[in-house]
Design a protein around this ligand. Structure first.
Ligand SMILES: [Zn+2]
Length: 436
């Protein structure tokens, strides 16, 4: 299949490109990028197999990459399957996703990694990169077989969902993973400090009478992991940064030249703990929504590059997980289908410009995970997201491809979204109203 995309504004931060150009895709690769390709290609190649898509007013970017997705298969297929998660990914504009290991069983051995990759191939939608567990069963006591997992196809290691409380084990994990060029993704939470807290500790937890999780529960662990990475001369990636103190610690570490990278999720720059007044369990996430000062700091961290990546932390759940008392409700937001639109608000509010935002959602996660993705240069895989920046739409969770309908953004009006998503040169998602 050959595709010619004409007239879009092409934004490729990896090549410093931001201009109106055409893209020609053949056999799953981008073969030509340039102005006015259509005449040359049409006259030279008179066969009728070329599909031409006119994209005036649209923005074409390297396929978006989400480095923090929870697919629930194996074990929790009622929340999400690999196929439904992949469908949600392409509907949200993501051509590649990396999935956390906290399925049941946990992805702590080769057979689970191979199972995920097989299911991903069957689904044939987004590229799916498994993340392996750091510790067996993610119980924090014994390291998994990093080398074996790497050979089976993992791209990173994490016990996400749970913090690795044993600092000595984290030290060994960082040393061993670094030698294998596998990034460690740390869910930073000191469970002695977070205890059985339910929301951010502060004014609203006090007036709502809900047990608090102090910001220092996250920050103490961010500090610890930065220190271990420094001591061992290795690297660490901090997952879902939510507090001002974490941003400051990571900023200081980067200034000192340490190999620390970080991500946040759209809800941490969009919502505060004030939302919990509704007791709506869709606002219950871990780490919890913080206060306005934290939200402002997250935005500053995005602006100055302290935070490298915007990741979804897509955490789909079933109704029975969320429609219970607040105390018992599961943490998480089904985020793949709203992440891009929420992030586009950063451009409208002049916090980030287009290349900066697209870098945080494509080339930066590709670099951290060592994926050969995140660019539109000739020869690259033809993974492309086409965005209509003006399109207004309303979030309706019943229309989600994800099985997880748990979104606090249900009903919200959005502006801008992916209108089609190309993976390996094939259109894997097109907005139903489009006539292609
Ligand atoms: Zn986590």
């Amino acid at each position: 299949m050959k595709l010619l995309l004409t007239g879009a504004r092409i934004i490729d931060p990896a090549q410093n490109i931001d201009s109106r150009m055409d893209l020609f895709l053949e056999n799953g690769k981008i073969t030509k990028v340039g102005a006015n390709l259509s005449k040359a290609i049409k006259s030279k190649d008179s066969d009728k197999t070329i599909k031409i898509i006119e994209l005036a007013g649209m923005i074409a970017v390297p396929g978006l990459i989400d480095m923090h997705t929870h697919l629930r298969e194996p074990g929790f297929e009622y929340k999400e399957t690999i196929a439904s998660g992949a469908a949600a990914a392409v509907a949200g504009g993501f051509t590649s996703i990396a999935c956390m290991p906290n399925s049941n069983p946990i992805n702590d051995n080769r057979s689970i990694t191979e199972f995920i990759r097989r299911k991903a191939t069957e689904a044939s939608l987004a590229n799916i990169y498994p993340i392996g567990a750091i510790s067996r069963n993610s119980d924090g006591s014994q390291l998994t077989e990093f080398w074996d997992l790497k050979e089976a196809g993992i791209v990173a290691l994490s016990d996400d969902g749970k913090p690795l409380m044993d600092a000595a084990l984290m030290r060994r994990a960082m040393e061993y993973a670094f030698s294998l060029q596998l990034p460690i993704i740390s869910h930073c939470e000191d469970t002695n400090l977070s205890g059985n807290g339910l929301m951010n500790e502060g004014y609203y937890s006090t007036i709502l009478g809900l047990r608090g999780i102090p910001s220092v529960a996250e920050e103490a662990m961010v500090a610890r992991d930065i220190l271990i990475a420094e001591f061992t001369k290795t690297s660490v990636h901090i997952a879902h940064v939510s507090t001002a103190g974490s941003v400051r610690l990571i900023r200081d570490a980067k200034k000192r030249g340490l190999k620390v990278t970080a991500e946040t999720a759209p809800h941490y720059f969009t919502l505060t703990d004030e939302s919990l007044q509704s007791y709506d369990t869709n606002f219950k996430v871990n780490p919890p929504l913080r206060n306005e000062r934290d939200v402002a700091a997250i935005k500053e961290g995005l602006v100055d590059g302290t935070i490298d990546v915007i990741a979804c932390d897509h955490a789909p759940h079933g109704r029975t997980d969320k429609e219970v008392e607040f105390e018992y409700a599961a943490n998480g937001i089904s985020g793949l289908e709203t992440s891009l639109s929420l992030s586009l608000n950063l451009i409208r509010c002049k916090i980030l410009n287009w290349p900066e935002l697209i870098a945080k959602m494509s080339v930066n996660p590709a670099r951290i995970l060592n994926l050969p993705k995140g660019t539109l240069e000739a020869g690259a895989d033809a993974d492309i997201t086409v965005i209509d920046p003006q399109l207004k739409w309303n979030v309706d969770v019943q229309g989600f491809r994800s099985r997880g309908k748990n979104s606090p953004f249900n009903g919200r009006q959005m502006q801008g979204r992916a209108i089609f998503t190309i993976v390996g040169g094939e259109i894997k998602y097109a907005l139903p109203s489009l006539k292609l």
